[in-house]
Design a protein around this ligand. Structure first.
Ligand SMILES: NC(=O)c1ccc[n+]([C@@H]2O[C@H](COP(=O)([O-])OP(=O)(O)OC[C@H]3O[C@@H](n4cnc5c(N)ncnc54)[C@H](O)[C@@H]3O)[C@@H](O)[C@H]2O)c1
Length: 436
């Protein structure tokens, strides 16, 4: 099948490369010429394990193309995916649908023959109706169907998530579109991935409900972690104790500095706004959003408290900047709020991240960047682990200790054991566990 992928960011590029790998002929389109130039040269615009190899293989085998010209590939395609960004709109937190609407207008001008237009971007309920209206108004003669097919991949594990999804959600009332979608996903379907066929509005809501539920789970365990600290319990053991209950499940029960990233913050906010507009407010999600917002700066206060309540003139080393490991994505990373709060309190911040420093430089001022964890820790009054990159899990702690001004570690991801850290002579504070 011929596929046009509009938007070649995290989702568009990964989806495009995976569809090509299934045997379809895919053209990834983007309005950013630098991104397309880089892709044509084999340079990935994002850090995602395995992506460069997958792209190279499918380009070489003649199934994956890149262009800034939307019209040609859309005219030839049987299915056109919209995978553009839907960031929070400035001012009110609703999803900004301007990129989706623009893509719909561009697609309308170019489609020929029966075309399935698929919204892969995360979009509020009713967006499919609007995309359909835009295309219909521009091209009353066109033969097309608009389908919702939300994406559930996680950055850092995007390719395996796309190729081995828990489920594929397809929202359409159009029987012909359903056939096209089934054909597109046939390799996964044959591999036992469940296809969840629902109405378009239901599919749109499944994505938001899923993300809001996961954000709630994280926020729940974070609050339990705070309680553990007060009552002398261990949050990791509480999480294991409840997670073994199949009704709860063990995933997304890791206490930490609050959720961030390109999806949960904007999607929880957008769901909350939609729900308010429809007079069916989601109070739990509203609380989750508020609790999570507060948590990031609270983590800075936690670091400051360990430094005797004062970081003015002190140097704080930060290990990990991205919102999670194995990505270079800095969008809404907790590190941004934590570092800014530390700087506000008068600290000098040195930071190291295996992949996120290039993006961080454009978002944070006054940070000194180190070339590795050890130079980052040098002369620091305290070191905070903010992202649990594997590279930080087995640090030479004795070496770290000798380079630091004071052996103080605040582990916001609970990757070390309090008793080990104490034995090595560190003042060690983690999340939801007794300090050493
Ligand atoms: N990043 C994730 O982990 C993830 C996971 C699931 C769903 N999503 C959703 O997928 C969507 C895309 O997210 P992303 O992280 O890939 O965004 P992104 O910002 O990485 O990529 C979007 C791309 O679309 C391009 N673009 C914008 N308008 C265009 C147009 N009219 N024509 C062609 N290209 C255009 C931009 O230049 C950009 O390269 C969002 O709705 C997001 O919520 C993201």
């Amino acid at each position: 099948m011929r596929v046009a992928m509009i938007g070649s960011g995290y989702v568009g590029l990964v989806s495009g490369a995976c569809f090509a790998d299934f045997g379809h002929v895919v053209t990834c389109v983007d309005t950013d010429p630098a991104k397309i130039d880089a892709l044509k040269r084999g340079v990935m615009p994002i850090y995602e394990p395995g992506l460069a190899e997958l792209v190279a293989k499918n380009v070489e085998e003649g199934r994956l193309f890149f262009t800034t010209d939307l019209a040609g590939p859309v005219a030839e395609a049987e299915s056109v995916f919209i995978a553009v960004g839907t960031p929070s709109r400035r001012g009110d937190g609703h999803a900004d649908l301007s990129y989706v609407h623009q893509a719909a207008r561009d697609i309308a001008a170019a489609i020929t023959g029966y075309t399935v237009v698929v919204t892969k971007s995360t979009v509020p309920v009713g967006t499919g109706d609007e995309v359909e209206r835009i295309i219909r108004e521009a091209r009353p003669d066109a033969e097309f169907a608009v389908v919702s097919n939300p994406e559930f991949l996680r950055e850092g594990a995007a390719i395996s998530d796309f190729k081995r999804p828990d489920r594929i959600v397809i929202g359409t009332e159009d029987a012909r579109a359903r056939e096209v979608m089934t054909e597109l996903y046939r390799p996964l379907y044959l591999n036992q991935s469940p296809l969840v066929m629902v109405g378009r509005r239901t599919a749109e809501l499944i994505k938001y409900a899923g993300n809001a539920f996961l954000a709630t789970k994280i926020t729940f365990i974070n609050e339990i972690a705070d309680l553990c600290e007060k009552v002398g319990a261990n949050v990791q053991e509480v999480a294991r104790g409840i997670g073994l209950d199949n009704r709860i499940g063990s995933k997304f029960l890791h206490a930490g500095p609050g959720y961030g990233g390109s999806c949960f913050p904007k999607d929880t906010l957008a769901l909350m706004k939609t729900a308010q507009d429809y007079d069916a407010p989601t109070r739990i999600v509203e609380t989750v959003v508020a609790v999570n917002d507060q948590r990031k700066r609270a983590m800075a206060r936690k670091i400051i408290a360990v430094c005797d309540g004062n970081v003015r003139g002190k140097r704080i080393a930060i290990l990990g900047l991205t919102f999670k490991p194995n990505t270079d994505d800095m969008r809404e990373a907790p590190s941004l709020a934590i570092i800014t709060a530390l700087q506000d309190a008068g600290a000098t911040v040195t930071a190291y991240d295996p992949e996120g420093m290039e993006q961080a430089r454009t978002m944070l001022g006054g940070v000194e960047y180190a070339t590795d964890p050890y130079t980052c820790a040098k002369d620091a009054d305290a070191l905070a682990i903010v992202t649990e990159w594997d590279a930080f899990r087995a640090l030479d702690l004795d070496r770290i200790k000798t380079t630091m001004k004071a052996p103080v570690v605040i582990d916001l991801r609970n990757i070390y054991r309090p008793e080990d850290m104490s034995r090595r002579g560190f003042t060690y504070v983690s999340v939801g566990r007794l300090n050493s």
